[in-house]
Design a protein around this ligand. Structure first.
Ligand code: ZN
Length: 1028
């Protein structure tokens, strides 16, 4: 352009417009199947679809039906029938490196229909020519604006003509359509930003919605008396009948070796019936089952199949797979798995990395299963049988090993892939469509007046700066920044500069990116410019009085900067988007809508812009994390969509004030920036013949019927999938599951992480219950229930959850109650003893609880986006938090952290003389009893001890007791750093804050119209007994 403002001599001139546009568009413009670097075998299941075909991308959790949904499909490629040849990709193999710095051109396989040239449907990439969704025209003049002063709004004169597109590193020479053309159908919202403030819920939840007091009884009860594998015998030692009013029996824990022992282990029961003549419901609340040890992973499956992957990676809702559809339907609980592909390895263990350099990765020629501990070798070691589809494959020459007398390969101890349930294969070039991307971090930061006042900008700038050395991927890491209020500010970070250069774009209708080359820069090359920027950022906008937010246009701009490479986009958002595309209304949280059929609409994104953007972002390997920090309604329902469909995360800090919430933001952002991240990933779960995964749940988008697109994934993310039986009857004794995550490691290596597990097929319903995994079931239930709130009333979501629990327990009761004359007792499998309590906790969790007044809409939505991504342990802790008494522990010098005992979550456990800690993994609440020894309060709080505790910041003081408390809190934080527990202090009787912070979260207590634990159990028991 060469037209930089001559008055700004202190800044280096911007680059002339004649510079070849080096923002090379992605050239692998096949529809979605090839937009990522995925080829090869992971791609074998997803077929390229011609541009005219319907967009294959479907939102997550869509139930997939039909023949294409088979989890097991023969590879369509038949010409590579020689299995000794490394399996070729179904799509293109890129030319390696060469001059193509970024996207090699695709070579379409002959089976792919030639791309059409007309415009594709919404959200679908153009077939050809490459069309980066960057507004195309000569770059307008953007005078740099001096750093350090509030941004000057500059309206560059934008010539409307197109200029020829020339790209020095592109194969294609073609005009590029305007950005908008790839987003047809955007509805531009009229600017009539509603000035009405959102209704603010009362600080203390006054219950309105109420739980349904009873779920409708199942009208047709599909109980089929089917003889089980056990011969039921009455447990001899068990007190039968209705007498033992105060007793709960956990029968036996003997080895599962005979039928009686097996049965003894099967179930527990709880005396519910009242003493004759009494109306007292007769449950001793002390004897109720409670998960005071936290989540305990079931061990049975690991004992049966020691080569299975660790349950932290894959947990089945029951380890006993039903042999028939009829059995499966009688189970009533969800059948499926929770997968956390990058969970942190168990202490002292690492996932072994296997590099098949010369042989290529050994995979089944038909179903593409990776070689694993459950394959078998035959024919003197020359053949191997696939455990998933049973095909006999040839062993490539280089992989050959002799078998010993028992048919075991003699090199077994050097082959982790044949002995370990979890391995990581180094992927050769055919698994790449482009060179592995570097880690990319782009920050989009709100600098409007409310962001400035909250202190957020300073915390964010400081935190990013402090993490620069720890960002993964040195020395390839790339970084960039943009800020926005009513305009968008870009920052030239070119390494030759000493100071970054700000450029302001205020034409929101026609976004363009100035200097596309220098906005995303190599961190190590531009380190000093990046540091200078972060140092000056907090003061740059000090005097900014701009109240607007051009969030949508800024998002589009960020997308344009990032779409070459992909990466992580971190958005810091403080003001409801008010200008340009994606503008949102203060639709608020309308009391009148609750309880009507429109209630769910509040929880859905209002403007299709967000979902369309999310689809584009994920296609270009961009994952979005939204940090929402507004003190007003900010429509998380809409904003969160960006994270949901891009494998990202929503962090919500309502009414953020740096003095109060600064530490939480600092710690969580640090975790986000420094945790090991897998880039441009896809994940597929294969399973044996006869079963298939029919729906997927969590934050991601499906790229085909069973391929999850995960632009970025890390150890804190889990996904759920539901399993269904395809065949009426399973004939194999074992079903195998294999999770494959193909990704680019931060170091630049392409890897495939593979987790394999086996599970037995059973013909006995009792066995399914016996091997149930309560944590996995609750995790799947929570995802299903939260999804249901998007299409139904809260009450409906709760009722359907309750109904499923009732049905399952009723079915179970029918298995045992009659034989054992357990008339009035509530019986349940030992494995599911906590299920009713977790069900209650789920109904009272933020996304599902009560009605209008029980949680703000933004709180509900952000909690929903968070909970659907949580690993099992983290979710269970959120549902049933740890609650401990601290005062005695602090007084006793010898007391250790391990001595602390968790208490039931009920107010009756609060002693006015005590000090208690509530920890749900997201925050601490420390409760000071009214009669707590003043010594303790003084020791911990110093002079603040008499102040209003809400305003007191807990900090370490020069007292032994204070140090002990702080180190204890730190220990709890250390055990899981995915979120930071901010500490809230509250004194007994300080209302409404005590109720808000603590009392309303004691899930065993009755609250407003909702049940406490005892009432809930009684209600479930009554429903189980109806028509029993
Ligand atoms: Zn196979």
């Amino acid at each position: 352009m060469g037209t930089e403002n001559p008055g700004r001599q202190q800044f280096p001139p911007a680059r002339p417009v004649a510079t070849p546009f080096s923002v090379a568009p992605p050239q692998n413009m096949m529809p979605f199947s090839s937009s990522g670097p995925v080829v090869g075998s992971e791609a074998s299941g997803f077929r390229p679809i011609p541009p005219g075909a319907p967009q294959p991308m479907v939102p997550s959790s869509t139930h997939v039906v039909g023949s294409q949904a088979s989890g097991f499909r023969p590879s369509p490629i038949t010409r590579f029938s020689d299995p000794s040849v490394p399996s070729p990709p179904t799509a293109n193999v890129p030319p390696i490196a060469g001059q193509f710095q970024r996207f090699p051109a695709p070579h379409f396989p002959s089976t792919v229909q030639a791309p059409l040239s007309h415009a594709p449907p919404i959200g679908q990439p153009l077939a050809q020519p490459p069309a980066p969704p960057v507004s195309f025209r000569p770059r307008p003049q953007i005078p740099p604006v001096p750093m350090g002063s509030p941004p000057q709004t500059v309206n560059p004169a934008v010539p409307s003509l197109s200029a020829p597109y020339s790209s020095s590193d592109s194969m294609y020479q073609a005009p590029r359509p305007n950005f908008q053309s790839s987003f047809p159908g955007y509805v531009r919202m009229q600017s009539n930003a509603d000035s009405q403030a959102p209704p603010i819920p009362p600080p203390f939840p006054t219950h309105q919605g109420g739980y349904a007091s009873s779920a409708p009884p199942p009208s047709s009860y599909p109980y089929l008396a089917q003889p089980g594998g056990y011969v039921p015998h009455p447990p001899v030692a068990a007190p039968l009948g209705m007498q033992s009013r105060d007793q709960m029996q956990h029968f036996g824990s003997g080895p599962p070796s005979g039928s009686i022992q097996g049965l003894m282990e099967d179930f527990s029961s709880l005396s519910i019936a009242s003493v004759p003549g009494s109306i007292d419901p007769g449950i001793d609340s002390k004897s109720l089952p409670r998960p005071l040890e936290g989540d305990v992973e079931p061990k049975l499956l690991a004992e049966m199949y020691p080569m299975n992957c660790d349950p932290r990676y894959l947990r089945l809702t029951t380890s006993a797979i039903p042999s028939s559809q009829s059995l499966s339907s009688r189970w009533h609980l969800p059948l499926g798995a929770i997968i956390c592909p990058l969970a942190e390895a168990p202490d002292g263990e690492e996932v072994p990395v296997v590099n098949f350099t010369s042989t290529g990765i050994i995979r089944c020629r038909r179903c593409r299963t990776y070689v694993n501990p459950f394959v078998t070798f035959t024919d003197s070691g020359r053949k191997w049988r696939c455990n998933i589809c049973s095909l006999l494959n040839d062993v490539p020459g280089e992989y050959f090993a002799h078998l010993d007398a028992s048919g075991i390969r003699i090199d077994l101890d050097q082959r982790p892939e044949l002995t370990k349930g979890s391995v990581e294969f180094v992927a050769p070039t055919e698994y790449m469509m482009r060179p592995p991307m570097p880690p990319v971090y782009f920050f989009l930061i709100d600098v409007s007046i409310s962001a400035v006042r909250s202190g957020m900008i300073e915390i964010v700038a400081q935190t990013i700066r402090s993490c620069l050395d720890e960002l993964p991927g040195f020395p390839r890491t790339q970084i960039g920044f943009a800020t926005f209020d009513s305009a968008i500010h870009f920052y030239n970070m070119k390494s030759s500069l000493t100071q970054p250069q700000m450029m302001v774009v205020s034409d929101l209708d026609d976004i363009f990116v100035p200097l596309p080359d220098d906005l995303l820069v190599n961190l190590s090359e531009s380190r000093s410019v990046v540091e200078a920027f972060l140092d000056s950022l907090p003061s740059m906008f000090n005097d900014n009085a701009n109240v607007e937010s051009a969030f949508g246009p800024a998002l589009k701009a960020a997308f344009m900067v990032m779409n070459q490479l992909g990466g992580k986009l971190l958005i810091f958002q403080n003001t409801l988007p008010s200008l340009g595309v994606g503008r949102l209304k203060l639709r608020g949280d309308d009391l009148r809508v609750y309880g009507t059929d429109k209630e769910n609409m509040l929880r859905l994104p209002e403007d299709p812009f967000y979902k369309q953007m999310a689809a584009e972002l994920t296609k270009y390997q961009i994952s979005v994390n939204v940090y929402a920090l507004s003190d007003k309604y900010t429509d998380i329902a809409s904003l969160g969509t960006l994270a949901k469909y891009t494998g990202g995360q929503v962090y919500y800090y309502p009414s953020f004030q740096s003095a109060i919430h600064g530490e939480k933001l600092r710690n969580e952002l640090t975790r986000d920036l420094t945790r090991e991240t897998a880039w441009e990933a896809v994940m597929r779960i294969r399973c044996g013949k006869g079963v298939r995964f029919s729906s997927y749940h969590g934050n991601f988008m499906l790229r085909s019927t069973d391929l999850m697109a995960l632009p970025a994934v890390d150890c804190d993310k889990a996904y759920a999938a539901q399993l269904s039986l395809e065949d009426t009857l399973l004939t194999t004794p074992t079903v195998y599951f294999q999770v494959a995550l193909l990704y680019t490691a931060s170091c630049g290596e392409r890897r495939i992480r593979v987790h394999t597990a086996a599970a037995p097929v059973v013909a006995d319903l009792g066995e399914m219950y016996r091997q149930a995994d309560c944590g996995a079931i609750v995790s799947l239930f929570s995802r299903l229930a939260i999804e249901k709130t998007l299409s139904h009333k809260l009450e409906d979501a709760r009722n359907s959850l309750q109904l499923r629990i009732v049905k399952a327990l009723k079915e179970y009761r029918n298995l045992y109650a009659v034989q054992h004359r357990l008339g009035g007792r509530m019986i349940y499998p030992e494995s599911l003893k906590f299920l009713p309590l977790y069900g209650l906790a789920l109904c009272r969790s933020k996304p599902l609880r009560g009605g209008y007044a029980d949680a703000s809409l933004d709180e509900r939505c952000s909690a929903g986006y968070t909970m659907v991504a949580l690993p099992v342990k983290k979710l269970l802790k959120l549902l049933y938090p740890s609650f401990i008494r601290l005062d005695e522990y602090l007084l006793k010098a010898s007391a250790q952290v391990d001595d602390l005992k968790r208490l039931p979550l009920a107010a009756e456990n609060l002693d006015a003389r005590g000090l208690y800690l509530y920890d749900d993994g997201f925050r601490f609440v420390i409760w000071f009893g009214r009669a707590l020894s003043p010594d303790i309060a003084m020791n911990l709080l110093g002079a603040d001890f008499a102040a209003e505790l809400l305003k007191v910041n807990l900090k370490e003081r020069d007292k032994e007791m204070s140090r002990k408390l702080m180190s204890t809190l730190e220990k709890f934080r250390e055990s899981d750093r995915s979120y930071y527990q901010q500490c809230h202090l509250v004194r007994q009787g300080e209302q409404p804050i005590e109720g808000f912070l603590l009392l309303s979260n004691l899930v065993e207590d009755q609250m407003g119209g909702s049940n406490g634990y005892v009432d809930w159990l009684l209600q479930i028991h009554r429903q189980v007994q109806q028509n029993a």
